[in-house]
Write a protein that binds this ligand. Sequence first.
Ligand SMILES: Cc1cc2nc3c(=O)[nH]c(=O)nc-3n(C[C@H](O)[C@H](O)[C@H](O)COP(=O)(O)OP(=O)(O)OC[C@H]3O[C@@H](n4cnc5c(N)ncnc54)[C@H](O)[C@@H]3O)c2cc1C
Length: 560
Amino acid sequence: MNPTRRRFLGHAALQVAAASSMSAFGLNVAAAGATDLSRDQRFDPSLAKPAMPLGQLAQQGRLPAVVIGTGYGGAVAALRLAQAGVPVVMLEMGRLWTQPAADGRIFAKTTAADGRAMWFKSRTEAPISSFLGLDVINRNIDRYAGVLDRVNFPGISVYVGRGVGGGSLVNGSMAVTPRRDYFEEILPEVDASEMYQRWFPLANAVLGVNHVDPAWFESSAAYRFARVARDQARQSGFKTMFVPTVYDVNHLAKEELNLAPRSALAQEVIYGNHHGKRSLDKTYLADAVGTGRVTIYTLQQVRRIRVGPQGGYLLDVREIDERGNVLAEVQIGCQSLFMGAGSLGTSELLVKARETGDLPQLNEEVGRGWGHNGNVMAARANHLWSPTGKLQSTMPLMGIDDWAHPSRPVFAEITPLPTGFENWVSMYLGVTKNPERATFRFDAATGRVGLDWRREQNAKSVQDLRALLDVINRRQGTVYRTDLFGGGKVVADDFTYHPLGGCLLGRATDTFGRLKGCPGLYVVDGSLIPGSVGVNPFVTITALAERNLARVIEQDRLGT
Ligand SMILES: Cc1cc2nc3c(=O)[nH]c(=O)nc-3n(C[C@H](O)[C@H](O)[C@H](O)COP(=O)(O)OP(=O)(O)OC[C@H]3O[C@@H](n4cnc5c(N)ncnc54)[C@H](O)[C@@H]3O)c2cc1C
């Protein structure tokens, strides 16, 4: 089957599954064989094949391969295993986000959020919590299996996506390949030549990474905010660069002309985009389902992993409904297990398995080396004569590149503050080089896994972003906004979008993600990366998973 057809069929199956409220589905290969690509078959109900309930499947014996999580790492694993002929079951704790609810919307409205916005919270917990010091951003919502989670540890809160597509459903689409010298510094055991010649280009191609037309960028009202911040950065002696994106830049241009429905230009991002974004359900996962060998089970949370009675692995899985009611508790056996639950999810499951004696052979490196990619945010107040525009696209396309600085490397993305009215704000998401790391620890009393990151560990990140922005403020005669992050704070140092590490490549695993001491158990997600990558991480997570899976498929006897 050619790749376009496979993606088309997989995408169609994902649409139909949601329309029919299926919680477990794959591609109906017989129906797909009969489809005619020249007609729009997108809602052909025969395309999605309802799968048998997990409990029933479990009774049929050990599965060849299970992937936990449907984010970047999990999606790459599922696609490449299936292409190698291995049937794959994916278990995802979130829901499928491809069909509108009764109000005609798939996702919640950013400005009037409801339960769809957040993962079982009674109130939204947005990163920018106030405006002019007023608590006008967050609102009470129904507890529901929403798309964005904020996991609150004592020292830091971590934002993650929940649903088929993981973080791709809620992220800002910035698709940046890291600088080669920094990649070599953080992952010296990986052949950088191979990464930059083969795996990064492959990941970029399948993810659909594209680049804005500079001429359009100069003329777009929706990017005035970025041009203002860019010009000020340049006047202050800093270099700037365009940031590649997985948001369709042609769609973006059409949005501005009202020739396409607005999404990036309608304040949509952290609670999901209705249009324009090439999230994983439209790329890797569509390709994976399109092979006919991948079945996705949604609203299934893996809670425990141990060795199976005849080898392989045994998983305890809890099925819930969208309101959080427990529908079933199932045990499922598999021969090979791919951990794609993200830095938090994978580390939590494995630390718990080691500490409770379920997988005592996991080494002491499991749980270590967690970092937040040096994430901190800040905002400046511009003069009245430097308006940033009342229409602001949610998709950043420009960054200040000061990574070459000898003592305080910073990559500061110019991010919007799309309030819908003129606010004169320049906002930045700083990616800094912070050597501090944290460890996931099991608490026997509560049975929970915590993260021991302390707020003080953020001091260098705060200082480094401020050092850069202080120069711009001095040059422009401007000041910081202190009303956006709560408590009069200048730099938001209490949350991250970029959790990385916990099962580092070459330490907890071998140099291809095989967990040491556990044959058939693999890590494929952001937990492999040692806490920092210097740019937004999803392209690196994807490319590394491509590299590792190629080796594992070539060398390990999977599905036999
Ligand atoms: C608001 C926001 C904006 C961001 N912007 C960008 C950006 O512009 N560019 C960029 O590169 N990165 C960005 N990121 C980060 C990026 O999305 C993540 O780095 C990436 O998604 C991590 O990929 P992953 O494969 O490690 O795991 P994830 O994408 O997190 O996927 C893990 C999946 O596993 C599921 N899961 C977890 N535990 C279990 C379990 N026990 N059982 C079953 N399923 C489970 C989760 O629900 C999730 O779907 C952003 C993140 C957020 C939250």
